[in-house]
Design a protein around this ligand. Structure first.
Ligand SMILES: CC(C)(COP(=O)(O)OP(=O)(O)OC[C@H]1O[C@@H](n2cnc3c(N)ncnc32)[C@H](O)[C@@H]1OP(=O)(O)O)[C@@H](O)C(=O)NCCC(=O)NCCS
Length: 198
């Protein structure tokens, strides 16, 4: 496992902001409204039960803290074909210690093609460029083999665990901003087509 882009088929993604209105539409199960608001054709996975819950949570978060807008989840669009392949972002702005936590989901039909790595790489490129970010955290369920494989090789080290075997063990990984390893980001993560900055 490593963080280098796939040698023959590197994936590239750009991010499209999901406004509070788009998030609320998705939380309400309104795929057409969410897509219209986002300006891209979102996948039905964006209105699955879990996605609706998460987007509702993020909409509430934005209502309470509009400054979170540049940080939280965005739609990830594959380049150059334009397919919406997932969503990814940080859980919020850097906390008082300069920590941001990543989150990412790939639409089932696009899994195992390198998109999660491309999305995570793009998030890490951004985090490394943000003066306010000192540490990036990833929390991964111990039984989430795919996610464990995704975070491997970017410089993350295991710093702890949460929960328990019965309720589900979560492994906590962190990487200092200056130790992030993203390989050759321009080969697989286009963060310039739609800037992630506000
Ligand atoms: C975890 C998830 C994002 C991976 O997305 P993906 O696009 O399939 O991942 P990639 O194709 O970029 O693969 C990344 C690594 O995971 C491995 N992987 C992906 N799916 C796997 C699976 N089902 N079993 C074992 N390994 C898997 C890949 O082989 C690759 O490792 P490698 O570089 O060593 O070969 C996706 O399965 C998903 O959205 N799951 C549900 C949401 C979730 O768990 N999000 C993460 C929360 S922390």
């Amino acid at each position: 496992m490593n963080s280098e882009p796939h040698p023959t088929n590197p994936k590239r993604v750009r991010f499209v902001e999901l406004s509070a209105k788009a998030l609320r539409a998705l939380a309400d199960g309104d795929l057409a409204g969410g897509s219209a608001e986002a300006g891209v054709a979102l996948d039905p996975h964006f209105v699955g039960d879990r996605a609706r819950w998460i987007f509702g949570y993020r909409a509430d978060q934005l209502a309470g803290d509009p400054s979170a807008a540049p940080w939280i989840t965005r739609a990830a669009v594959s380049e150059p074909d334009g397919a919406v392949v997932g969503d990814a972002g940080f859980h919020g702005p850097p906390d008082e210690d300069g920590m941001v936590e990543v989150g990412f989901t790939v639409v089932p039909g696009y899994r195992r093609q390198g998109y999660a790595r491309a999305m995570l790489r793009a998030l890490l490129v951004r985090a490394a460029a943000e003066p306010g970010v000192r540490t990036v955290r990833a929390r991964v369920s111990a039984d989430n083999t795919a996610s464990l494989a995704t975070v491997a090789g970017f410089g993350f080290t295991r710093v702890g665990e949460q929960g328990n075997e019965r309720d589900g063990l979560v492994i906590v990984f962190e990487v200092p901003a200056e130790a992030i390893e993203t390989g050759h980001p321009t080969a697989s993560a286009d963060t310039t087509a739609v800037p992630v900055e506000p």
